[in-house]
Write a protein that binds this ligand. Structure first.
Ligand SMILES: C[S@@+](CC[C@H](N)C(=O)[O-])C[C@H]1O[C@@H](n2cnc3c(N)ncnc32)[C@H](O)[C@@H]1O
Length: 451
């Protein structure tokens, strides 16, 4: 077994006579099972396997005894290694990033249908750094196969601090023809083990897959309109992520007492090109749906292509909506782009146009986003962020040329405490759903206080 200080990882090779369909190696660190990783067959050497495993976070140089065991528990390698704390190129310690409270990030942007076989491809960080700890749960009667722990070089770069991020790849195959009649192959959960460290043990994350071809229709063909909303977007990923966001919102609204059939007046604040609005329009026919955005070009596209009403908003309130115009409002990834002052101004405005007792679902970026950006952060930035719990210094160029003030649009990170303080004058904070959107945005469920 060899140790690589640059990645704080051990790797090795061994031979085995046992034949298992998905061979693995379990790594014990200082006598405690740490992670189960894939044992990859070595092509030119039948019966031989290779493995590699990043170890857990350390803040100081540390001596550890590491044992690798094959799938039947037999040790195949043992070593005492002198470990170095993992740092990014700017000197930030991985152990500092991992000490924050966040969910393991996931992204499932690709979905294909071949015959009656649905394949979902994406990434999910190993819970607690251990690829052996990810599982998914469907309801009864669903025929599926999950391959997980596959190579994911992009995740390794982005999630430099997360052990075994390079083994985040997943391919989920659902055999629709083999699913029982009445089963639901379009909804599953990522399930995590009890918390030990590294953001495991949180609430399970629900994933919904589009259940009709109609959900995939009618997105902008002009990529500039898509990229202003999500810089990596294409129409297929906008369709899938938008549909999943719709189902997530509908479930949160239902819990908060906002039901489609009661004909609610609903505002999609910061609707972009209607990636999510369009699903409410299709699936909540009794509701009165309005989308509003500061991006006039995307609003024009919505007006030309979607039913519902669409409004251009000024950068700063007031809007021209009368008081108490809506029973419910949602804003996905809108506060996440505003300065502290703009957040305060818009929270007051949303409270004005929401009826007393109405529900707002607003996303914000907290620890998971700080961690996601940590690749570009130095130790000073990190300690400032930990102290202040707010950062809006980074400009986001996505709306350049589309809005009058080029300094308006930011990339904002804030602690739950900061968010709570800003909402408190207007809203009762019912709950925060961690990592509910896009894998890293938390969602606050708020009820408008009665003035
Ligand atoms: C990241 S995009 C998300 C769009 C949409 N909510 C979605 O999930 O597809 C952020 C959107 O918020 C809009 N926006 C930014 N500041 C806004 C404000 N003060 N009021 C309304 N919309 C705003 C932007 O123009 C952009 O369309």
């Amino acid at each position: 077994m060899t140790y690589d200080a640059a990645t704080d990882a051990v790797s090795g090779r061994f031979e085995s006579a046992a034949a298992y369909p998905q061979p693995t190696v379990t790594i014990d660190c200082d006598g405690v099972p740490w992670a189960t990783v894939a044992a990859v067959p070595i092509a030119e050497q039948p019966g031989a396997f290779a493995f590699s495993c990043a170890l857990g976070p350390v803040a100081q140089p540390t001596r550890s005894s590491v044992v690798a065991r094959e799938w039947n528990g037999k040790p195949v390698a043992a070593e005492s290694v002198m470990r170095e704390p993992l740092r990014n190129a700017l000197g930030l310690l991985a152990s500092d990033v991992l000490a924050t409270d966040h969910h393991p990030f996931s992204a499932l942007p690709w979905i294909t249908l071949s015959g009656a076989r649905l394949t979902v491809t994406g990434m999910h960080l190993p819970p607690e750094g251990d690829p052996g700890k990810l599982s998914i749960a469907f309801g009864p009667g669903v025929a599926y196969d999950l391959a997980y722990g596959l190579a994911s070089p992009d995740f390794r770069e982005q999630y430099w601090y997360w052990p075994n991020a390079d083994q985040s790849g997943l391919i989920l195959t659902i055999d629709l023809a083999a699913c029982a009649r009445g089963s639901d192959p379009f909804h599953f959960r990522f399930v995590y083990p009890a918390a030990r460290n590294l953001g495991g043990g949180k609430r399970p994350i629900d994933v919904w897959l589009p259940r009709s071809f109609e959900s995939l229709m009618g997105f902008p063909t002009d990529s500039a309109l898509l990229r202003r909303v999500q810089f990596f977007s294409d129409s297929a990923s906008a369709a899938i992520t938008g549909y999943n966001a719709f189902e997530t919102l509908a479930a949160l609204f239902a819990k908060a007492g906002i039901e489609a059939d009661s004909g609610p007046r609903l505002l999609d604040w910061g609707c972009g090109h209607g990636r999510v609005t369009c699903h409410f329009i299709d699936r909540w026919p009794a509701a009165h749906i309005c989308g509003a955005d500061i991006d006039a070009e995307n609003i024009t596209w919505c007006r030309e292509h979607l039913r519902g009403s669409f409004r251009v908003l000024p950068l700063w309130p007031p809007s021209d909506f009368p008081d108490a115009s809506f029973d419910a409002i949602f804003g996905i990834s809108v506060l996440t782009h505003l300065t502290s002052d703009a957040q305060e101004a818009w929270l007051g405005e949303l409270a004005r146009i929401l009826r007393p007792g109405g529900v707002a679902l607003l996303t914000f970026q907290a620890d998971a986003n700080a961690a996601y950006q940590s690749r570009w952060r130095d130790p000073d930035w990190w300690s400032r962020w930990r102290e202040r719990g707010f950062d809006d210094e980074q400009f986001d160029p996505a709306l350049e040329g589309s809005i009058s003030d080029p300094t308006y649009y930011r990339n904002t990170t804030q602690s739950s405490d900061d968010f709570r303080r800003k909402c408190d004058p207007y809203f009762e904070l019912m709950t925060i759903e961690p990592a509910a959107f896009g894998g890293y945005q938390d969602c606050a469920v708020l009820r408008r206080r009665t003035p």
